[in-house]
Design a protein around this ligand. Structure first.
Ligand code: ZN
Ligand code: ZN
Length: 131
């Protein structure tokens, strides 16, 4: 029984230590943008996610959440448009809005302004066919 409790306590201490280390890394800016986004995501509450989901999109684009997600996507895509490999006027596009507020990194992609526009026009055309 004593062994059991020492194991439980050790695991708990390691867990707290790890959280503390991660927090220190975050504060001291030792994380890459993807790790930062994951850290940010872990600390979002359900209420915050819900707020991000329903706020107007223009307001959403001004949030810290979007800044974290955007930086992570640009970093993952090596600051290049995924369609044409351009490095200028990059934007981050939502493949899906289904998880807005707690997006997976695979929900967004880096595109240049032109490819981004083209992508939305295409989406609009598909939509037009249905109405
Ligand atoms: Zn492009
Ligand atoms: Zn878009």
């Amino acid at each position: 029984m004593r062994l059991f409790w020492s194991i439980v306590i050790t695991i708990f201490i390691l867990w707290v230590w790890e959280l503390y280390e991660l927090q220190q890394d975050f504060k001291k800016d030792r994380l890459n943008p993807i790790q930062k986004y994951e850290y940010h995501l872990k600390h979002l509450t359900k209420v915050q996610i819900r707020r991000l989901k329903i706020m107007p999109y223009s307001e959403y684009l001004k949030t810290e959440h979007w800044q974290f997600l955007r930086s992570a996507a640009l970093y993952r895509d090596k600051y290049k448009c995924l369609d044409c490999a351009s490095r200028s006027s990059l934007q981050v596009h939502h493949r899906t809005y289904a998880r807005r507020g707690c997006e997976r990194l695979s929900d967004v992609m880096t595109l240049c302004e032109d490819c981004h526009k083209a992508k939305h026009e295409k989406r609009q055309n598909i939509f037009d066919k249905f109405i």
